[in-house]
Design a protein. Sequence first.
Length: 130
Amino acid sequence: MPFNLTEEQLAQTEKELGARLPHGYREAMKLDNGGEAQTAEDDWEFYPIKDTSDRKGISRTCNHIISETQSCHEFGNFPENALAIAGNGLGDQMVFLKESDSFLNTVFLWLHETGEVQELAASFNEIEKL
């Protein structure tokens, strides 16, 4: 279930990531931290951004984007500069790619079996959340 997120929690996550998240993604997560989407490729569940404001927030966001990204690195072919923002339940991930001190606006699809990265959308705003 999606829930609101504060600017402070977003800023803390960006500090941990060492990079700024795309504006459209930030704004969407402030309103609904998590949620689902459907694309031509698959159905997706968005990982929340970590919320450490209280015990309930910590519990609701235990599968946050940093944790899920660390798990993806265990596959061995996950791009070093990628951030997992959603999964399809089968291993494939919706990702942002980091360039310098920010993540690109483009949303990519990472295929876990091959390690291939494909453009999914020019920006997060093109992905319709359910």
